[in-house]
Design a protein around this ligand. Structure first.
Ligand code: GLA
Length: 408
């Protein structure tokens, strides 16, 4: 659902608290006035079931938007400016549309993701409108559940001129991704923005990152989606992420010298990789092997979800995790320990690291009756093994970003 997310009691309570905070803010600056009632937009974080480090290789991913969300209560105004308060940080930031460009970006701040979206929307020819707003978030920050992509997608709704035509979720995700790549300077793929934009309640999304289209893959009833946060730092992430991207690009370049028509690792299958392995530096060959096989695992996982083949899901998640650990080298001792603990719990069907890696979270598919056993096992064992405090979230797949219509 892109708009008209139906209000429920907690929705109404959260909306009322945010709106009250917006209205209690010091008066409007002189000049143009905010117009119209307070509106509310939301955008979810995401967890990726499988298909890791494949999006920027034009491959396949299988994320779900989750019920950890960013909300913005806002009023549009006729100033070319955004003024936004983060309720969590108790911090108000603003930026002007005038002269907005990656070159003039100020000191790094969370508002950059909003400014990046405004910049990219304008670059794409979409009309934008200023607003004053207050946001809050239930997405743990820095955990790898895509709070930045959610902020971008919520912003894309708040910035849109009411009534103006809106690109479809995949196109809007591509615009926000461009903002993050070019304005913020983070070289991410499209998965996080896409999942936040296009999520469907009760479903994972099979996204083809070559054509930016998706189909839905229903989550099996009876299984819960559990996210375990390792609490370990993702400090290395940005530089190591970019290195992995370049290694994949080098692989494509070297393979394409002998195999015309290869534009991305999506065009390479296992046989082609094997016959070109001698041309590739050893580390590049391993990176490529991960990506090529991970795409195949995504398709196999969609089939296993459809057929309720739980054993296959367990094997595919385990193979993905091992490949990310050994071939792509983006896991960490903490992620490995978390997966190890999870798979030892009866009723845990499948478990692996999720997202970019180097810390962050794992994702597990768990029989409902085993949810608490998993939580207890993690709480009892993880800290002893790593010295870090874990967090366990049972999450649900929800709709993508949109306006919240209260009382609908
Ligand atoms: C991060 C990026 C995504 C994707 C994943 C790895 O979340 O933002 O685009 O590349 O890492 O699968």
């Amino acid at each position: 659902m892109t708009a008209g997310h139906t209000g429920n009691p907690s929705t109404a309570g959260r909306a009322a608290a945010l709106s009250a905070r917006l209205e209690a803010r010091p008066g409007m600056p002189p000049g143009p006035k905010a117009s119209g009632p307070v509106r509310l937009v939301r955008a979810p974080g995401r967890v990726n079931l499988i298909g890791e480090h494949t999006d920027y290789n034009e491959g396949l991913v299988l994320p779900a938007a989750i019920d950890r969300e960013i909300w913005i209560a806002f009023q549009g105004w006729d100033r070319p400016e955004v003024e936004l308060t983060s309720a969590e940080f108790d911090d108000t930031r603003s930026f002007s549309f005038e002269g907005l460009s990656p070159e003039t970006r100020g000191a790094k701040s969370w508002i950059d993701y909003v400014a990046a979206t405004a910049w990219a929307m304008r670059e794409a020819g979409l009309p934008i409108r200023g607003f004053r707003g207050v946001m809050n978030s239930t997405i743990p920050i820095g955990s790898g559940l895509s709070s930045s992509a959610a902020l971008e997608m919520a912003s894309s709704w708040a910035l849109a001129v009411p009534g103006a035509p809106r690109p479809d979720p995949g196109a809007m995700a591509a615009i926000a991704q461009r903002g993050e790549n070019r304005y913020v300077g983070v070289n991410c793929g499209i998965m996080d923005q896409f999942a936040s934009a296009a999520g469907m309640a009760g479903n994972a999304l099979l996204i083809d990152c070559r054509i930016n289209q998706f189909t839905t893959a229903p989550m099996p009833t009876g299984l819960s989606l559990v996210v375990c946060e390792t609490g370990s730092s993702r400090k290395l992430e940005a530089s190591a992420y970019n290195t992995r991207r370049s290694e994949c690009e080098l692989g494509v370049k070297l393979i394409a010298e002998r195999e015309p028509g290869v534009r991305a690792l999506r065009d390479v299958d296992e046989a082609m990789l094997e016959r070109n392995r001698d041309r590739l530096p050893e580390v590049v060959a391993r990176r490529c092997e991960h990506v090529v096989r991970e795409d195949a695992r995504v398709m196999a996982s969609v089939a296993a979800l459809r057929d309720g083949d739980l054993d296959a899901l367990g094997r595919l998640f385990a193979a993905s995790h091992a490949s990310l650990r050994d071939l792509y080298e983006v896991s960490s001792p903490e992620l490995d320990a978390m997966v190890d603990i999870a798979v030892s719990v009866p009723g845990v069907i499948a478990s692996r690291m999720t997202g970019a890696g180097f810390g962050g979270c794992t994702v597990s598919l768990v029989e409902r009756r085993a949810e608490e056993a998993l939580r207890e096992a993690v709480l009892a064992q993880y800290q002893k093994r790593t010295g870090l405090e874990p967090r366990v979230y049972i999450v649900a797949a929800v709709d993508g970003a949109g306006e919240v219509i209260l009382g609908a």
